[in-house]
Ligand binder design. Structure first.
Ligand code: BTN
Length: 321
């Protein structure tokens, strides 16, 4: 069974109403058995439920607005309309993996968005899981003349772009250092930045963004969707708004660095002034009071030995002893 059949059968059900196997088969030019197999495979692969009722046919629990390059392009504003090239995939391992594979040859400003990722990746080797039709997953290739050392605050600046856009659609989010976006204390969106280039520059950067419109099922941590804040925004409109803001923020970051975003980032910061723990990939955790970030985007931690600037690790609130 091909993915093309699975997606074609699901697209026939986008309106959330019942459609008979016969009608879908006719529209797709295939047999009813193939439709049945395609939907069975879609259920298994994408973890969704397709209702089947004898005499009525098949139905999805909710409507799905599929991604549409033309619809996104029409809604881009500002520099994004000139700078970005949009590509759409139905199913990939990970949009970041795909763009990193082409990092040397793909054009500056290439965006790859996917309906589904089989191996979506987060920071620290974690998986990023999404709900089919209920999330955005995309990556953007951006080239800088600067070297990687000057890009340390980039993921925080991207967080500012997400916070601005999400506030505009009605979701008051907080930014958790370095690059999580929280809604009501739960994870709504994440950013995964991967770099390629020489120490002195230039650098090519793949900026991966995942945003939940509807919270996915159990993913091992508290997660939120925009629907939890009563926000019902279309996927194409949201993607266009995010890309439009990202193009502005990336140009400003290139010109002025993270310093231009520091105050705005801190206004959105989760845990600011609170007792926190920063757990590095290796070694002992650092504890102290979260005092904000410096002009490089490093986390400032006030501890017994004074203030320290830290660049990596997993931030959490310090449990009360
Ligand atoms: C995180 O939470 O640690 C970051 C999550 C980033 C997920 C996005 S979805 C699009 C892009 N492709 C990936 O594999 N990851 C990013």
């Amino acid at each position: 069974m091909s993915d093309a059949h699975a997606f074609a059968a699901l697209r026939a059900l986008s309106d959330g109403r019942f459609h008979s196997g016969e009608d879908i088969a006719r529209a797709l030019g295939c047999s009813r058995t193939l439709v049945w197999q395609a939907l069975r495979d879609a259920e298994a692969d994408f973890g969704l439920t397709v209702f089947k009722v004898r005499g009525q046919g098949y139905k999805l629990p909710e409507t799905i607005e599929w991604l549409d390059v033309a619809a996104v392009r029409e809604q881009l504003s500002g520099p994004a309309a000139d700078v970005l090239a949009l590509a759409l995939a139905e199913r990939v391992d990970s949009t970041n993996t795909q763009l990193m594979r082409r990092v040397d040859s793909a054009p500056h400003g290439l965006v790859l968005a996917a309906e589904w990722q089989d191996a979506g990746r987060g920071r620290l080797g974690r998986a990023w899981r999404m709900r089919l039709g209920g999330a955005l997953a995309f990556s953007l290739l951006w080239r800088f003349d600067k070297g990687p050392a000057e890009l340390s605050g980039l993921s925080l600046a991207v967080g500012v772009a997400l916070a601005r856009t999400l506030a505009r659609v009605g979701a008051p989010v907080a930014l958790k250092w370095p690059n999580d976006v929280l809604l009501g204390g739960k994870k709504l969106a994440g950013v995964l930045i991967e770099l390629s280039g020489d120490v002195q520059g230039p650098a090519s950067v793949v900026i991966g963004v995942g945003v939940n419109l509807a919270a996915p099922g159990d993913v091992g941590q508290p997660v939120a969707g925009l629907a939890d804040a009563g926000v019902a925004v279309g996927r194409n409109a949201l993607l266009a708004a995010l890309l439009s803001e990202l193009a502005v923020v990336l140009a400003d970051f290139d010109a002025y660095g993270f310093a231009a975003f520091r105050d705005e980032w801190q206004r959105h910061a989760a845990y600011l002034g609170e007792a926190v723990r920063l757990t590095p990939a290796q070694g002992a955790p650092h504890e102290g009071v979260f005092a904000g970030v410096d002009e490089r985007g490093a986390l400032l931690l006030d501890g017994e030995a004074g203030r320290r600037a830290l660049f990596a690790g997993e931030l959490s609130l310090r449990p009360i002893a």
